[in-house]
Design a protein around this ligand. Structure first.
Ligand code: NAP
Length: 302
């Protein structure tokens, strides 16, 4: 299939890109940095040097694709409005193209839209988004609202991604190697997590399965407590790091609403993804720390 990918240079997007290429798809990707675009070209990707905020630079390529996979997000003051602006520019174009030939649009959301969960939350669970992502349910609805006969629209809600050299878990590994890990709050909360390659495998399945539409959670269902993750990492590094629990008031001062998102206590289930035959190959962070350390070190060497 011809796939248009945004965020191909990012943490999730680069894993998704590898999975799509492994599955034999033809990928066109937008990258805002010419050097990163060159690295994509070296992987046989058609790279467009462009910017999400100027859809003119990429709409023609996007319109010619069977599927659009959106994993980009700009972490800046305009990030949320840019995300909406992109959806409003892209979805009508896809819907129009879908009148002639089926099209697919996949949007990346996240499990923080669920808020604190009292029982394990599947895709039907009510939303109570963390303040940081209070805007996200509207964007999910915008995407799902464009779904119709020819256009499949899908929302993926990944858990906290682990693996490789980026993301929240890699930051814990980095801090442990540097001798001090800070935990937001008491650390008794559960994080829903997902290995980057397992997540990417789900995107590849969603692209290829003409029946898949709607919301898909993506987590390993390991129900791990933050303290267990941190202690497992601390036990594997050569010099045991200090672990400091940062009181919530201090964490909020330092990190703003991100602190509350990290302190969420969540248990999540992914039954819709499993019904497609998807099963995560890794089922926990704590049980795979040796491997994750290796992957982290490998990523630093590259
Ligand atoms: N990581 C997680 O654990 C996790 C979990 C759940 C949900 N999510 C969600 O998944 C999405 C992606 O997260 P991530 O961790 O993969 O982020 P990331 O590593 O920061 O990647 C973001 C990607 O978007 C691209 N990008 C940003 N602004 C752009 C612009 N103006 N024009 C073109 N490209 C632009 C970046 O390009 P550059 O390479 O040029 O910066 C990069 O490729 C976010 O919406 C995030 O909330 C992430």
């Amino acid at each position: 299939m011809r796939i248009f990918l945004t965020g191909a240079t990012g943490y999730i997007g680069s894993a998704v890109l590898d999975a799509l290429l492994r599955a034999g798809h033809q990928v066109t990707a937008i990258a805002r940095d010419p050097e990163k675009a060159e690295r994509l070209t070296a992987k046989s990707v058609t790279a467009i040097v462009g910017e999400l905020g100027t859809p003119k630079s990429y709409l023609a390529a996007l319109e010619a694709s069977d599927a659009v996979v959106s994993t980009a997000f700009e972490y800046s003051a305009r990030g949320v409005s840019l995300d909406r602006q992109v959806l409003e520019a892209v979805l009508p174009v896809m819907a129009e193209a879908a009148k002639k030939q089926p099209r697919t649009f996949i949007y990346t959301s996240g499990i923080w839209v669920l808020g604190k969960t009292s029982t394990p939350a599947d895709e039907e669970a009510p939303l109570a988004p963390a303040e940081l992502v209070a805007w996200r349910p509207d964007h999910e609805q915008l995407v799902l609202g464009w779904g119709g006969s020819g256009l499949r629209t899908i929302v993926v809600r990944p858990g906290i991604v682990y693996g490789g050299g980026r993301g929240i878990v890699s930051d814990l590994i980095k801090d442990a190697l540097n001798g001090l890990v800070r935990v937001i709050g008491p650390g008794r909360n559960h994080w829903p997590c997902i290995y980057d390659r397992d997540l990417a495998d789900l995107y590849a399945r969603l692209v290829a399965n003409p029946e898949a539409r709607g919301i898909f959670h993506a987590n390993d269902e390991g129900d791990e407590r933050v303290n267990d993750i941190v202690e497992a990492i601390a036990a594997q590094v050569s010099q045991t790091p200090d672990i400091r629990h940062m009181p919530m008031a201090e964490a909020r001062k330092k990190l703003g609403p991100y602190a509350d998102a990290l302190a969420l206590d969540q248990k999540v289930r992914s039954p819709r993804a499993r019904a497609l035959g998807w099963a995560p190959t890794l089922r926990s962070v704590a049980g795979n720390v040796a491997r994750l350390l290796e992957e982290y070190r490998g990523a630093q060497r590259r």
